[in-house]
Every structure is written in structure tokens, then in C-alpha cells.
Design a protein around this ligand. Structure first.
Ligand code: C5P
Length: 226
């Protein structure tokens, strides 16, 4: 099984001087936190880390010691302009032996191992795709170009999805080859008509986007440590 960790975003909304994955949270970069979860997951053979081109060497120096001599193989590759391009770059770096791929946002750096396990279990059970999701607390409106509400989906039918998102490799590659615009990989796979199962996500899998998210993540880490 292979894991593609996408960490090539600029993170402009975080307002830091360096790309988001290289910002520190309790003395460790978001990328290192994310890799801790990945390497602690059983069954990972290959890890591909996708970073901005000028940070490949720096990321290698940080990531290599985390996998250890008996751990998964690790490669760091340059990403692209959009998240989809970065995922595609990661997929292209996987060896031919990989049949199951998890795609994980480095920005969701506190994702617990149990979430990786739930996604893998669903794939083991035969799902073509599996993603973690949590119920939404807000009422969600669908609007048109003028801001007029065109629908109010029942909250029971909605999930906010997270990563890692897992797929059979051939399904994800086929989906990427079709290259429609999408904010997650599951949407590409759904567009091809493949069923994607939602498994239970976790509030600790928050995506760090703004300085407030970083503070929330610091609090979560303090709670876990205490
Ligand atoms: O920008 P956003 O927060 O949606 O990014 C989600 C994840 O995708 C982050 O971990 C980010 O580093 C990654 N990403 C990427 N390449 C891009 C844009 C985002 O690897 N061009």
C-alpha cells in the first residue's frame, strides 16, 4: 500500500513566511506531524511526499529519518500548481507493486492512525474508494450565481470529508486521467461512477488553513499530551 502526502500548497491563508507544511506546530513542522501518523499505520510500503520544487531537498532531510531502516520506502517529489497536479505527481512516483493508494493532506497533520485504519478496512472490504467524513453542524444551503438559495439538503445526508482518502490504484489513476476540476480525489472517482464509501472521520483531522486553525491544533496537541 502506498501513501501520497500532498504538502506542496503555498498556504497563503495561513500568512506564514514559508509554505504551510513547513510551518511549525509545537516545535515540529506540519509535515513531520503528518508523517508521524502515516508511518505509524500498519501496512504502509511506500510514502511519496509532494512538496514545492525548491523544498525537495529540505523535506528529504526532515522526512528520511522518520521512516527508519525497517519502515516504508520514502520519496520526495515536486508538486504542481493545483492540488490535483500534486496528487498526480505523487501517483506517478509510486512503484508498480502498489495496488492501494491513500492520498493525505499534510495540512491535516493531526489525523489519528485509527482514521487511516478505517479507510483501509473499507478498501479491504472491497470498496473502490473510501473517505473519512464527519456530520456537519451547520445547515447547508445550495445557491445560484446571484446568491439565491436553490435548495437545503437534509443535514442527515451531509458529511464534511477529510483525508486520508483511499482508492484502488487503477481507479484513482483512471480518475486523474480524466482531469476534471475537483477539490478532492473522491470527486474525481465519483465522476467516473465508482462507489465511494464514507467512514467515520475525526475532529482531530482538521485541515490547518488559517492562524486560528493552527491555534486550535496547538490546543488539541496540549490536550492529548496532558
Ligand atoms: O490548499 P488546501 O488547504 O486545500 O490544500 C490541501 C492540501 O493539498 C495541503 O496539504 C497542501 O499542501 C496540498 N496542496 C498541494 N499542491 C497544491 C495545492 C495544495 O500539494 N498545488
Amino acid at each position: 500500500m502506498g501513501v501520497v502526502v500532498v504538502a506542496a500548497g503555498s498556504g497563503t491563508r495561513l500568512g506564514a513566511e514559508r509554505p504551510k507544511a513547513f510551518v511549525e506546530l509545537s516545535g515540529m513542522t506540519l509535515l513531520e506531524h503528518a508523517l508521524r501518523g502515516v508511518v505509524a499505520t500498519a501496512g504502509v510500503d511506500e510514502v511519496i511526499v509532494v512538496v514545492p520544487a525548491d523544498l525537495v531537498a529540505g523535506a528529504e532531510a526532515v522526512a528520511a529519518p522518520m521512516t527508519g531502516p525497517t519502515g516504508p520506502t520514502l520519496q520526495v517529489v515536486p508538486g504542481g500548481a493545483e492540488r490535483t497536479d500534486s496528487v498526480a505527481a505523487g501517483l506517478a512516483a509510486l512503484s508498480g507493486a502498489v495496488r492501494i493508494v491513500l492520498v493525505h493532506d499534510a495540512a491535516r497533520c493531526l489525523t489519528p492512525v485509527v482514521v487511516f485504519e478505517r479507510v483501509l478496512e473499507a478498501l479491504d472490504g472491497g470498496a473502490a474508494g473510501a473517505v473519512p467524513g464527519v456530520p456537519v453542524v451547520d445547515t447547508i444551503k445550495v445557491i445560484d450565481g446571484e446568491g439565491l438559495v436553490t435548495g437545503t439538503p437534509s443535514r442527515d445526508s451531509l458529511r464534511a470529508v477529510q483525508t486520508p482518502q483511499g482508492f484502488r490504484r487503477e481507479v484513482l489513476e483512471q480518475a486523474h486521467a480524466c482531469a476534471v476540476a475537483a477539490t478532492d480525489d473522491a470527486a474525481l472517482v465519483e465522476a467516473l461512477g465508482h462507489p465511494v464509501l464514507v467512514v467515520e472521520g475525526d475532529h482531530r483531522s482538521l485541515k490547518i488553513t488559517t492562524p486560528e486553525d493552527l491555534e486550535r491544533a496547538e490546543r488539541l496537541l496540549r490536550l492529548t499530551a496532558g
